[in-house]
Write a new protein. Structure first.
Length: 244
């Protein structure tokens, strides 16, 4: 399968360019993508070796799909082949381009893959499948900010409580990924308000205060998604869904 064949999944729907004040969110269902054996062609030799050694088939497929399709998209916008995209890792493990001409972030859960790209600003995205059987109470008590836990306690008995829990979860993940600090940023050190679709989130790292704009995307399915962008930049989210 050629890269042109893979790109044909996206070309009818995605813009040819990403504007300066835009973040492009591409949501893809696994079912419309090629097999991971075909997608392996877009990986570097070291990535092929690394992913092929993953023991569990499902985890191996996720890693290959996530990185290969990211390379296809980056290659399209950088006008180069997917395998030649020069990628690096930040100080705290966040994947990035070596020359920083394009910013990106990736998230996946179940069969959903989210690719967030921006021309001039860092971004963070997270998506999670809402598991209605998940016992959120202990997780929130042990890991969330006290104000988040207090908010959720008021929702006990409400069928919507689990969705509120996941709104906080994806919001936290998006902020941590946006920051570039990842898990080095204590998860209980900042607060997400699940009842606010748009909000400014303040967080401190190594005695320095930062902030970002957070959007909790409204969805009616069994998934939650959050996007973090620089505060004050007024970045428009162009959300494209590819599921058939």
């Amino acid at each position: 399968m050629s890269v042109n064949t893979v790109n044909s999944l996206f070309l009818p729907l995605i813009p040819e360019q990403i504007s300066e004040k835009e973040a492009l969110l591409i949501e893809v269902d696994r079912q419309v993508l090629p097999s991971h054996n075909e997608l392996m062609h877009y990986l570097t030799a070291s990535e092929k070796k690394q992913f092929s050694s993953v023991k569990y088939a499902q985890a191996r497929d996720r890693m290959i799909v996530s990185r290969a399709m990211l390379r296809v998209l980056l290659g399209y916008y950088l006008s180069c082949s997917p395998e030649s995209v020069a990628m690096a890792t930040g100080s705290y493990g966040k994947p990035e381009l070596k020359d920083q001409v394009l910013f990106f972030n990736v998230s996946h859960t179940k069969h959903k893959y989210m690719y967030l790209l921006a021309r001039s600003v860092p971004v963070g995205v997270d998506t999670e499948y809402i598991n209605p059987r998940k016992q959120w109470h202990d997780i929130a008590r042990d890991y969330f900010h006290p104000d988040e836990y207090a908010f959720l306690l008021k929702c006990v008995g409400d069928p919507d409580a689990i969705r509120q829990f996941y709104s906080i979860w994806v919001g936290k993940e998006a902020v941590m990924k946006f920051s570039g600090f990842g898990m080095s940023l204590p998860i209980n050190s900042f607060c997400i308000y699940p009842d606010k679709e748009l909000q400014t989130v303040y967080y401190e790292f190594k005695k320095k205060l930062y902030c970002c704009a957070l959007q909790l995307m409204e969805r009616r399915d069994q998934f939650k998604c959050a996007i973090a962008t620089p505060e004050g930049e007024k970045i428009k989210i162009n959300h494209i869904i590819i599921n058939e």
